[in-house]
Design a protein. Sequence first.
Length: 410
Amino acid sequence: MNMYIEGAKCIRCNKEWQISEIRYQCPTCQGNLDIAYNYKALRNNYPKTSFRQNKLYSIWRYLPFLPLKKMPERPLQLGWTPLYPVPNEYGIKLFIKDEGRNPSGSLKDRATAIVLEAAQEAGITHLTTASTGNAGSSLACLSASMGIETTVFVPDKAPEAKIAQMCIFGTRVYSVIGSYDDAYDLCIRASNLLGWYNRSTGYNPLTREGKKTCAYEICEQLDWHVPDWVIVSVGDGNILSGLWKGFKDLYGIGYIDRLPKMAGVQSFASNAIALSVRSAQNKASIDIESVQASTIADSISVNTPRDGVFAVKAILESRGMIIEVTDEKILMAIKTVAQRWGIFGEPAGVACVAGLEKLWEDGTLKSGEVVVCIITGNGLKDVGSALKASLNRVRVIASQSDLTQVLRRI
Ligand SMILES: [Zn+2]
């Protein structure tokens, strides 16, 4: 493990652990764990200026800040996804981070890469994960060339393209007749029973460590300036918590002098984090609410968020917002993002843009503010939703007379 790691702290009971004492959750209270680094030593040995000479444009440029011993020999391009400045009607400086450009088409690759490399360093040969779809396709994709066996548990209704990704990369897929939460619990049972290393989001503390690299990139790509707002969709809460961890790392090390406000976006049809944020505002402790999730945005369709406490803390600590939008607004955002900026996002990916519209409408955003929206997954993963958003094709017989008739109707 990385020599700059000091230990791990439980997010729920605050108990501190040596790395050798933990595997997944807090042994005392089963809260999720947060890995702690020696920021002072990192600051002394890796000044911010050292990145100017670093020509490794992937997540591995941040190796000293990751829970790994050595540089992996990875053939796939991971991270350093584009951060596009895009025009908008709000008078803000808007940037879109396109995470669909990762190897399996989603931000989940950042987490998977760290878990897989750590597993390989430990000599582990079989990994498993629960997934709404993207974590599974990510694990299948990144493990394919590493000689590591994988087994994925997904809800039966996961989009076919994601299932196809898992199958073609050679993972064993169990389609669980039930929800993501059912798949999650079954995956933990299987890993306990068979000794497989479990990558499941939040449960494995290394997932947050991979996702934090997205925050590192945002700051570095903005020449170490900090955005006023970072907007991202929320399901389990692990992406939001990973981003917040990344910004706090950079602040702790001294690379940045302030922190952004974090805005999480949920569908009204899967809003457990929103309910939890509201109930936490009047209490000292954070209790995670459960819902019966049914949103079309499958990647954020979660009954009980598995990294919810950290995500709620991210919103409260950053003085950010939780935003709820309708599924109809999410479908409209697929079209907006594609037709205005040339980026194809899946429903959960573009939900941030639906949230951005709402933040503007309620007067929260101020003119001139720097805002980053993160498109977390590629639209080709769920073409069914894209077709619902914009089915505008015209069928035509291959003859000139028919074409002429069709053209007259325009
Ligand atoms: Zn604990």
